[in-house]
Write a protein that binds this ligand. Structure first.
Ligand SMILES: *Cc1c(COP(=O)(O)O)cnc(C)c1O
Length: 414
């Protein structure tokens, strides 16, 4: 950076500190990833200037010659990557993408059936704190408390009784595969439209290491910055017949001009996602999550659903006598960054957060493999079980530091 240190030394320092933090901590936040350096270059490029209301060749401002090409590239590459009939690449975020889908085909007050938040659903799936719940009439399905898996029989029962106009398949915190085919059958039986929200899963789906919802759903939304490893922002895939409705629901329905630098980052990640390097990271992400789940299980931790089929491991800490919050805090103090998370049982005690959610995406992007993952689980267990023991925490800090140095962000180990 050449100009920022002169214009705003305080901000320059914060950026440098943040880059240092990312480099010197292990990131197990399931909703984050380390993007390739080229993504950061594109996001800070000259494409910040342009205002583009509308769609390629149908703009409300002059000067769109290059940005029309950028959006067209993102569209073509996105459709081909996910095998979709139609894509809108303008949503500012996953939440914006979901809003646009709801408003494209539903009327205010219409019924939607989605996953309950303590069971894994997302705020934008009708949580009471989200505007989505004020606009639409949500019902929620749950997981089976024993197995931790979506209770499809109950889901079907609710769908046939409530008759929602739309069913949402997708979650923020669900470590197992979703049976999209079964969801599509239920949606068909209930005459509901099916939206899959694969915000967390897009990178794994792009690399074809887990099944894609695209063939089974009317709409699929996702974010570009979780397993997909791209810049910020979201996108909507849909059947061709909904294309026009989706486009007008995004702009001018829910958004104004979109961010061209993010469109460019989307086009870029849709290209990189075909490459060997990306596919290997996604394979490693899956393997590392399985290794992590098994290692915690071996140490007597209660893993929600007993394991994982994606990048997430969700752990209920109740039997270990610690809260999600204290785990989050003590782990951050030793350089292991992850987040507390509600587990299905927390539904009965509002405000209680008994678990943690781990993601293997960012450490896999750094190149960590089996032996390092086993080491991290060991270090996490030592930390959580010895929160008051300064010398143990210091020992862990040193080990975390060594791992970070051996596997730099965007280093050659990747
Ligand atoms: C992360 C996530 C989103 C999108 O979130 P934004 O913060 O709006 O980008 C949407 N749905 C699910 C299931 C998510 O996990």
């Amino acid at each position: 950076m050449l100009h920022l240190p002169i214009d705003d030394p305080q901000m320059a320092k914060l950026i440098s500190q943040e880059e240092g933090r990312l480099e010197n901590t292990l990131n197990l936040i399931a909703a984050e990833n380390h993007s390739p350096q080229s993504i950061l270059e594109v996001m800070g490029s000259g494409f910040n200037t342009k205002t583009i209301e509308g769609y390629p060749k149908k703009r409300f401002h002059a000067g769109c010659v290059n940005v029309d090409e950028v959006e067209t590239l993102a569209i073509e590459r996105g459709k081909s990557l996910f095998g979709a009939e139609y894509i809108n690449v303008q949503p500012h975020s996953g939440t914006s993408a979901n809003l646009a889908v709801y408003f494209s085909v539903l009327n205010i007050g219409d019924k939607i059936l989605s996953m309950s938040l303590p069971h894994g659903g997302h705020l934008s799936h009708g949580h009471k704190a989200s505007i989505t719940s004020k606009c639409f009439d949500f019902s929620h399905y749950r997981v089976n408390p024993e197995t931790g898996l979506i209770d499809y029989e109950k889901l079907r029962e609710i769908a046939l009784r409530v008759k929602p106009k739309m069913i949402v398949a997708g979650a923020s915190s669900y470590p197992r595969l979703i049976d999209y085919e079964k969801m599509a059958q239920i949606a068909k039986e209930a005459s509901a439209l099916l939206l899959a929200d694969m915000a967390h899963l897009a990178g794994l789906v792009a690399a074809k290491v887990i099944p894609s919802p695209v063939p089974h759903c009317d709409f699929v939304t996702f974010t570009c910055y979780k397993t997909l490893m791209g810049g910020r922002g979201g996108a909507i895939l849909c059947k061709e017949i909904y294309g026009k409705k989706i486009d007008s629901a995004v702009f001018p329905g829910c958004q104004g001009t979109t961010a061209v630098n993010l469109l460019a980052a989307k086009a870029l990640i849709f290209k990189l996602a075909h490459e060997e390097k990306f596919i290997l990271i996604q394979k490693k992400t899956l393997e590392n999550a399985k290794i992590m789940a098994q290692a915690f299980k071996d140490k007597g931790y209660r893993i929600i659903s007993g394991g994982t089929d994606n990048h997430q491991v969700v752990i209920d800490l109740t039997s270990k006598g610690i809260s999600g919050k204290s785990a989050e805090e003590c782990l951050e103090s030793v350089g292991i960054v992850m987040n507390r998370n509600v587990v299905p049982e927390d539904e009965k005690n509002p405000g209680k957060v008994s678990g943690i959610r781990l993601g293997s995406g960012a450490v896999s992007a750094r190149g960590l493999g089996e032996s390092q993952i086993l080491k991290i689980v060991e270090l996490m267990d030592m930390t959580m079980m010895n929160q008051e023991k300064k010398e143990v925490l210091e020992e862990v800090r040193v080990e975390v530091s060594k791992l970070c140095q051996a596997f730099p962000v965007n280093g050659s180990a990747q």
